[in-house]
Design a protein around this ligand. Structure first.
Ligand SMILES: Nc1ncnc2c1ncn2[C@@H]1O[C@H](COP(=O)(O)OP(=O)(O)O)[C@@H](O)[C@H]1O
Ligand SMILES: [Mg+2]
Length: 164
């Protein structure tokens, strides 16, 4: 996992750079990547002293990574890319996968077999969504805590989305 230390925010137009700190990890499309992703979130948020965000961030990451793994595997791509980016009191979790298919929020009915993951994400995140990635696939993102609109523009705020 690469980690960027805290740095003075660069100005982008009139807004501060969204990512004071960021960390990325490429994870294989295997079930064990989900607990690995959760541990990474706990470690990174601990190092950024974002303790209050750790529990919701772990849950959100778990759901988005699980979905991303299925989506990349469906198009026979071997990995997903997890990125955590933060400002002092907020976190943007984003996961690139190789599939262009978009996530669909289901109604999460109690008797439904699946479809509760994104319901949980929607409940825990301030905002969430997905954007096509420039080099193919897409990024599913969730903003936890107080994020500015700029934070969620994952297309440009996602260095290294390139799966190659
Ligand atoms: N990263 C993704 N790529 C493609 N489709 C996705 C992705 N994430 C979610 N989806 C779609 O949205 C649906 C709902 O996702 P979710 O609420 O996590 O429920 P579940 O994973 O149990 O089906 C999935 O069944 C899938 O069709
Ligand atoms: Mg799911």
């Amino acid at each position: 996992m690469s980690q960027q230390a805290a740095r003075v925010p660069r100005r982008v137009g009139s807004q501060p750079d969204p990512a004071w700190r960021s960390a990325t990890a490429d994870l294989p499309t295997e079930p064990r990547s989900v607990p690995v992703a959760r541990r990474l979130v706990r470690l990174v948020l601990g190092s950024w002293a974002l303790y209050d965000l750790a529990a919701p961030a772990e849950l959100v990451t778990s759901e988005i990574v699980t979905n991303g793994i299925a989506a990349s595997a469906a198009v026979r791509y071997p990995s997903v890319r997890l990125r955590l980016a933060s400002q002092p009191y907020s976190l943007l979790v984003s996961v690139w996968d190789a599939s262009p298919a978009r996530p669909e929020l289901r109604d999460g009915a109690v008797d439904a077999e699946g479809g509760r993951g994104l319901v949980l994400v929607a409940a825990l995140a301030e905002r969430w969504g997905s954007d096509p990635a420039e080099d193919g696939g897409k990024v599913v993102w969730a903003a936890i805590g107080r994020c500015s609109q700029q934070d969620t523009r994952t297309g440009s705020a996602h260095p290294g989305q390139d799966p190659s």
